[in-house]
Design a binder for this molecule. Structure first.
Ligand SMILES: Nc1ccn([C@@H]2O[C@H](COP(=O)(O)OP(=O)(O)OP(=O)(O)O)[C@@H](O)[C@H]2O)c(=O)n1
Ligand SMILES: C[C@](O)(CO)[C@H](O)COP(=O)(O)O
Length: 379
């Protein structure tokens, strides 16, 4: 049974400071929102994902709008209003359950997601709570004024899981202003099962939380580097394909596929980082179906394989080595095309070129060489 995910990301993160809303700020090499989104993308049994965005976060609307797995909808004046809009966006989907999660909790584990989903087999609602272990005081003017019994107290976390129709009806009946969806569910008479929360599943709220979240994410991070190198010889022709862009030239490049030397080096760099061999292993040159093939097929395969193995492409750097054609005027278009094929931001891709000072085979204009590095992050 598919479980939908509703990620609320329309807050302004005022307590976290830092200028940019916290979900768009960098954390362990990526943005907070990327960590959270990918945790749910990677979880088994997840169906539609609704991302609730502030209307003014235009860059996010453009970026995430291109992802076919996501449905975007506008946030409201407070968290509960944003959740209501997200639930409305789920109307008509086949999902019967929903996990509602703060985008500001990027350290959510696969184990916790699975536990909440499993608990929904037995209960109409389930949410993680951390039993309070510290003594509790009341205080005023910098001094302790009393103590409170901690017995039976829990710190509430997300993802909070619900049968979809039940939480939709609960929100419709609620006057608003709830701290979380458990409060809304309980007001509608739903029993909410508590599953054990995780200390690492913090909500980034204040400036110091970034450092703690970064430590948590980095301790499980699997950083991989791969390199790729390729050469193609010039032959007759009137253009070359380089990093997915057709570049006018008085000769073409020879090869079994479209001979896109840059894209081949990048593809091999990704395979290398994954320890999955090279293009020849996945697309043997002896196979006639790849004759004249668009090299985007190879690159897309490497990118998909990285995702299947639990890795994100952090960045790519590719250097083309040739005297001619001049690469500079095409470099940005090349980065854009590669980004489109890989489904990552163009700012994560660098394409540059150098001559070899007329030395060697590239210097003599006999062919083009390309060298690429890919950095992948998993875990
Ligand atoms: N109108 C709102 C307010 C909050 N949220 C989301 O609700 C989650 C939990 O809220 P909180 O930590 O309070 O986030 P902010 O409202 O962004 O923070 P602050 O109160 O410090 O401004 C966050 O993922 C936030 O983006 C939302 O989608 N819409
Ligand atoms: C839903 C929540 O994450 C539960 O802990 C929390 O209530 C939302 O954030 P806020 O800081 O209470 O606004």
């Amino acid at each position: 049974m598919d479980t939908a995910v509703l990620l609320v990301a329309a807050g302004r993160g005022q307590r976290a400071g830092g200028g940019l809303p916290k979900q768009w700020r960098p954390l362990a090499g990526r943005r907070v929102a990327d960590w959270t989104l990918d945790a749910f993308r990677a979880a088994p049994g997840i169906g539609p994902i609704v991302l609730v965005l502030a209307p003014g976060d235009t860059a996010a609307w453009d970026e995430f709008g291109a992802d076919p797995r996501l449905t975007l909808t506008k946030g409201g004046a407070d968290r509960a209003a944003s959740v209501r809009n997200g639930l409305a966006a789920l109307e008509g989907t086949s999902a019967e359950r929903v996990l509602i999660h703060d985008i500001a909790r990027p350290c959510v584990s696969q184990a916790l997601i699975a536990v909440v989903i499993a608990a929904l087999d037995e209960a109409p609602a389930a949410a993680p709570g951390l039993a309070v272990t510290d003594a509790l005081w009341t205080g005023a003017e910098g001094a302790v004024t009393g103590t409170r019994d901690r017995e039976g107290l829990f710190a509430a976390q997300t993802p909070q899981g619900f049968q979809l129709e039940a939480i939709r009806a609960a929100h419709a009946a609620h006057p608003g202003g709830a701290a979380d969806d458990v409060e809304v569910a309980r007001a509608a008479g739903l029993r909410v099962a508590i599953v054990p929360g995780e200390a690492d599943n913090l909500k980034i709220t204040r400036p110091e939380d970034f450092a703690r979240a970064e430590r948590i994410l980095r301790q499980d991070m699997d950083v991989r580097l791969g390199n790729g190198y390729d050469v193609h010889r010039f032959g007759p022709g009137d253009h070359v394909m380089l990093c997915g862009v057709r570049v006018h030239h008085d000769r073409g490049l020879q090869g079994h596929s479209d001979a896109d030397v840059g894209m081949h080096a990048i593809t091999d760099a990704i395979y290398g980082a994954l320890a999955q061999g090279d293009i020849g292993r996945h697309f043997p040159p002896s196979d006639p179906q790849w004759k004249g093939a668009d090299s985007a097929i190879f690159l897309r395969h490497a990118g998909d394989l990285a995702r299947q193995m639990g890795f994100q492409i952090s960045n790519i750097d590719c250097t083309l080595v040739c005297e001619l054609p001049k690469i500079g005027p095409y470099a940005l278009a090349m980065a854009d095309r590669l980004a489109q094929i890989l489904g990552i931001g163009a700012a994560r891709i660098s394409v540059k070129a150098t001559t070899s000072e007329r030395l060697g085979f590239t210097g003599r204009g006999e062919g083009i060489a390309a060298i690429a590095t890919a950095a992948l992050i998993g875990g």
